[in-house]
Design a protein. Structure first.
Ligand SMILES: *[C@@H]1O[C@H](CO)[C@@H](O)[C@H](O)[C@H]1NC(C)=O
Ligand SMILES: *[C@@H]1O[C@H](CO)[C@@H](O)[C@H](O)[C@H]1NC(C)=O
Ligand SMILES: *[C@@H]1O[C@H](CO)[C@@H](O)[C@H](O)[C@H]1NC(C)=O
Ligand SMILES: *[C@@H]1O[C@H](CO)[C@@H](O)[C@H](O)[C@H]1NC(C)=O
Length: 423
């Protein structure tokens, strides 16, 4: 108990110090990057003849760029469209350069980047550290400099580097070499690495401090699929205290753990579970890449994904990754300290009994004073719940339901109100 009680506060102190550590210095991802990524929803659909709207083609990425820009997503911070696997032709050109599949990307990637940039949207691309990508397209192995130069010349803004078909024991030199090649192009390219996930899967020791020196974000765990089971397992993995020790503490401006895409707006999650995925990804300071069909997304899903109070938790400049502080039966309490000394909290009800349950957050558990009043705001209800001393309890729906709160010590709120008044 003693160990967990002041955890949120200790993490906050630790974050202040890790800020001094060497980390990738390309000026990018100072807060978790946001946008849209094709893989979970559109996979490697090559059938443009029968399925022209959903196949991996320039049309798909232009459509999503238009939706981001015209439907206002960019105003909320979702300003990236990312291509995943299956975009290149099966062969490199005579100079050894990657080329986009000429039938599915007739105008090429440079043109696509220009179109998206014109809409205020950045373009991300995908490659693989090995000899071939996971889906069997040309890999970057032996072409590192050429590929970095090609991406920069096309105006690409982000690179997701997968790890199939490679010798995993060489990743500790290979991934940094790719990062160096990106740096040498002179174009700031956000670097997303699958490196630690491959090492973890091989039961190798992963040095996350080292990874943070070379990557802006990295995948720790399995690919997400369209199921609550998948989301639930990922949350559990990140909540594991020894995992937090291993990689949660490394997160901060410029460096993020990536639990994979948001599947809100797809087929599997209930409304409560959709709220849960969003709440956890925001609390964990995760990159927010939606993988859904923005051309046909429900208002319900949109409301969750565009919740500005919860997005502010994700984008909080302190950049601390949230953590599980309490687990009792199927009830959990998680917290994330914020730059203004308030704390974001999730109350999670994992029970499948069908009834809502009352869950309590003890203020001491999340690093707030045990005595003295704390104001509680519900971030999904957009409602001030009042001011409380010691703890706050509320009912949380079952089957993965969450209540997400922001707790602010009253003395601090009063001081801020007074300062605002003076200004
Ligand atoms: C993989 O790389 C390691 C480290 O360089 C090397 O010792 C090993 O022989 C390589 N394995 C294969 C199958 O190439
Ligand atoms: C390359 O690395 C240097 C040293 O960390 C950094 O100052 C510079 O901004 C980087 N440039 C790019 C384009 O990433
Ligand atoms: C992990 O990487 C950091 C940064 O490169 C290094 O200082 C440290 O010695 C490494 N730790 C281990 C156990 O190799
Ligand atoms: C938590 O992480 C440790 C260390 O990686 C691992 O041994 C353990 O199985 C994990 N537990 C869960 C529940 O994921």
């Amino acid at each position: 108990m003693q160990g967990t009680i002041r955890f949120c506060f200790l993490v906050m102190l630790a974050a202040t110090f890790t800020g001094l550590a060497v980390s990738l210095n390309n000026g990018l991802a100072r807060t978790p990057p946001m946008g849209w990524l094709a893989w979970e929803r559109f996979r490697c659909d090559l059938n443009c003849k029968d399925d022209p709207d959903d196949c991996i083609s320039e049309k798909l990425f232009l459509d999503m760029g238009k939706r981001l820009s015209e439907d206002g997503w960019t105003k909320f911070g979702y300003d990236r469209v990312n291509i995943d696997d299956c975009w290149p032709a099966k062969e490199r050109d005579a100079e050894g350069r990657l080329v986009a599949d000429p039938e599915r990307f007739p105008h090429g990637i440079k043109w696509l980047a220009e179109q998206l940039h014109g809409m205020g949207v950045k373009l991300g691309i995908y490659e693989d550290y090995g000899t071939k990508t996971c889906a069997g397209y040309p890999g970057t192995m032996d072409h590192i400099t050429t590929d970095a130069d090609t991406f920069a010349s096309w105006g690409v803004d982000m690179l997701k580097m997968d790890g199939c078909n490679s010798n995993i024991s060489t990743m500790d030199t290979g991934y940094p070499a790719i990062g160096d090649a990106l740096n040498k192009t002179g174009r700031p390219i956000l670097y997303s690495c699958s490196w630690p996930d491959y090492e973890r899967a091989r039961h190798m020791d992963v040095n996350y401090t080292f990874i943070a020196e070379h990557c802006n974000m990295w995948r720790n765990y399995h690919d997400i699929g369209d199921s609550w089971q998948s989301v639930y397992t990922i949350i559990d993995f990140y909540g594991n205290a020894s995992n937090y020790e291993l990689f949660g503490k490394v997160a901060g401006p410029g460096n993020w753990n990536d639990p994979d895409m948001l599947i809100i707006g797809d087929f599997s999650l209930s409304f409560e579970q959709s709220k849960a995925q969003f709440a956890f990804w925001c609390l964990m300071a995760s990159p927010l890449f939606m993988s859904n069909d923005l051309r046909a997304i429900s208002d319900e899903a949109k409301t969750i994904l565009q919740n500005t109070e919860i997005l502010a938790v994700n984008q909080d400049p302190l950049g601390v990754q949230g953590y599980r502080v309490h687990q009792y039966n199927n009830h959990e309490v998680w917290c994330k300290p914020l730059h203004d000394k308030s704390v974001a909290v999730i109350l999670w009800n994992r029970s499948t009994g069908g009834m809502h349950s009352k869950i309590t957050v003890q203020f001491k558990q999340v690093g707030l004073p045990a005595s003295g009043n704390v104001t509680v705001r519900d971030l999904y209800e957009h409602q001030d719940m009042g001011s409380f001393s010691g703890s706050y309890s509320t009912y949380v729906n079952p089957a993965g339901g969450v209540v997400m709160l922001k707790l602010t010590p009253v003395a601090l709120a009063d001081r801020r109100a007074a300062e605002a008044y003076v200004l």
